[in-house]
Write a protein that binds this ligand. Structure first.
Ligand code: S3P
Length: 180
């Protein structure tokens, strides 16, 4: 039985890599934010507005425990998931955790293009965005780096990049290294 948790900052590519990796490995793909939205029939944005971040984190913790019962699955988590409550410890106890590591400038470039759907970013200009990412990543780093696999996912511009990251991760997850 395989259960893989993808973790990392917003914009790290958890969903893109997760979809590709799940196809490669013949596993089911679950995106935790989408799962939350389908269970609560509300967007993450709406949940933040109605319940505040603290309320969202409670829901996220509860839903993480639901998806962590699924088998043969790749679960892409939210950027904050490993950094609240005992979520990181919980994921490590229930599967293999993989951190997609990306630098602050690269995350800023990626998130500048799609910050509108993310409640924590949507009102920030580019400079504020970069400051926020730098500060938040510093706070979250210790949690992320506890992952069983830490993978540099800096180059992810094209579908081919995503595929080669997924291929490399598949080798690591099967053989413990990326040697061909
Ligand atoms: C968050 C990341 C988002 C989502 C929510 C909060 C965070 O998920 O869970 O907006 O705190 O980093 P993605 O990492 O999939 O964007």
């Amino acid at each position: 039985m395989k259960r893989i948790f993808l973790i990392g900052f917003m914009g790290a590519g958890k969903t893109s890599v997760g979809v590709c990796l799940s196809k490669n490995m013949g596993l089911t793909f679950v995106d935790l934010d989408h799962y939350i939205e389908s269970r609560y029939l509300k967007s993450v944005q709406q949940l933040f507005t109605e319940k505040g971040e603290a309320g969202f984190r409670e829901i996220e913790q509860k839903m993480l425990r639901e998806v962590a019962t699924f088998e043969d699955v790749i679960i892409s988590t939210g950027g904050g998931t490993p950094c609240f409550f005992d979520n990181m410890e919980y994921m490590k106890a229930h599967g293999t955790t993989v951190y997609l590591k990306v630098s602050v400038p690269e995350l800023t470039n990626r998130l500048e293009l799609c910050k509108g759907t993310r409640p924590l970013l949507k009102d920030k200009n580019k400079e504020e965005l970069m400051d926020y990412i730098r500060e938040t990543l510093l706070k979250r780093k210790n949690n992320y780096e506890q992952a069983d696999v830490v993978f540099e996912a800096e180059a992810m511009e094209t579908d081919t990049d995503v595929l080669s990251i997924a291929n490399a991760l598949e080798r690591i997850l099967y053989y413990g290294s990326d040697r061909r």
